[in-house]
Design a protein around this ligand. Structure first.
Ligand code: FAD
Length: 279
């Protein structure tokens, strides 16, 4: 635990206090990743900036064209949001797979993204939702497609002190599925996960986005498979062909949780099931 923990009450106070803080500093949101890293001796900051009280990060808001989920919104709040369930069905489907109810009361969506893990369930689902991430560093703001935030395992495009403000999800009626293969049904890091969103017209897939977790250095957008699915009939044949295609798009590794070849095979199985589960 660092010696200094500060807690600004709003964004203005945060930007004002930054120059006076030790250079080795990090943000603290729900603490479920950073405190775990600290306990494991893998965190050496001199200062944590507790952003859990920043009102600017705390809300879920709607405009005519988009849903905005503040980076400080807890996973459990998303679970309870009617708007999030309506406009982000893949994200809503991912939440029951996210750790445990008590952890979901602490963990934030912003922390899930900033941590940069290829296994992050919220992030994988949001990539399939076509989300953008809104960032701020003092007066400077920028907006990126969420998938561009990730550069490699635990590496993001965030600049020093840059803060994730919110996630912007375009409002489009669509269906969404999230399937996660872990060591047990719930409460485990995934071996592989598939998020699928799709716009359907009768039995035809007008548009589909496939994202995968834990099978590449970053949460992966399966560009080729997603493009191939557009305009196809939703059928067992389509699902089988998409499953074969997605296996060529992933680049899993063997680690303590699983083997590369098994993960690759399971990406196909999960996508086939996800397509079968579309309604
Ligand atoms: C037992 C356990 C089970 C877990 N299970 C899952 C699971 O099933 N699925 C899953 O996806 N994750 C899981 N996690 C990981 C973790 O809970 C999530 O990644 C969580 O969303 C992190 O959010 P947080 O608010 O706790 O982040 P914190 O720990 O507070 O922060 C994580 C990192 O993000 C940075 N950060 C936080 N917020 C911002 C921001 N707004 N802008 C810029 N940087 C920021 C911090 O500086 C830090 O580097 C689990 C963790 C534990 C301990």
């Amino acid at each position: 635990m660092p010696e200094i923990i500060v807690k600004p009450s709003d964004l203005k106070e945060l930007w004002e206090m930054l120059p006076g803080l030790p250079a080795a500093r990090r943000y603290l949101a729900g603490g479920t990743d950073i405190v775990t890293a600290d306990n494991a001796g893998a965190e050496s900051s001199e200062c944590w900036i507790d952003i859990s009280g920043l009102p600017e990060l705390a809300a879920i808001k709607e405009t005519a064209g988009a849903l905005f989920i503040g980076s400080g919104v807890k996973i459990s709040e998303i679970e309870n949001s009617k708007a999030a369930r309506k406009w982000c069905p893949a994200l809503a489907a991912a939440i029951p797979h996210f750790a445990s109810p008590s952890l979901r009361n602490m963990a934030t969506l912003g922390g899930n993204a900033a941590n940069g893990s290829p296994c992050a369930d919220g992030v994988c689902a949001l990539v399939a939702e076509g989300a953008y991430v809104l960032l701020a560093l003092k007066g400077k703001k920028r907006r990126l497609p969420l998938r561009e935030l990730f550069l490699g395992p635990k590496r993001t495009a965030l600049k020093k002190d840059e803060l994730i403000l919110a996630f912007e999800i375009p409002k489009r009626p669509h269906a969404g599925v999230y399937l996660k293969l872990g060591p047990r049904a719930y409460f485990g890091i995934s071996k592989a996960a598939v998020a699928l969103t799709a716009e359907l017209s009768g039995g035809t897939i007008k548009r589909a986005v496939v994202a995968l977790g834990s099978v590449a250095p970053v949460p992966l957008l399966a560009v080729k498979t997603s493009a191939w699915l557009a305009g196809r009939q939703l059928s067992p044949q389509t699902a089988a062909a998409a499953a074969a295609m997605v296996k060529a798009e992933v680049s899993p590794i063997t680690d303590t949780r699983s083997e590369a070849q098994y993960r690759r095979e399971m990406c196909g199985v999960l996508l086939e099931r996800a397509l079968g589960g579309l309604r």
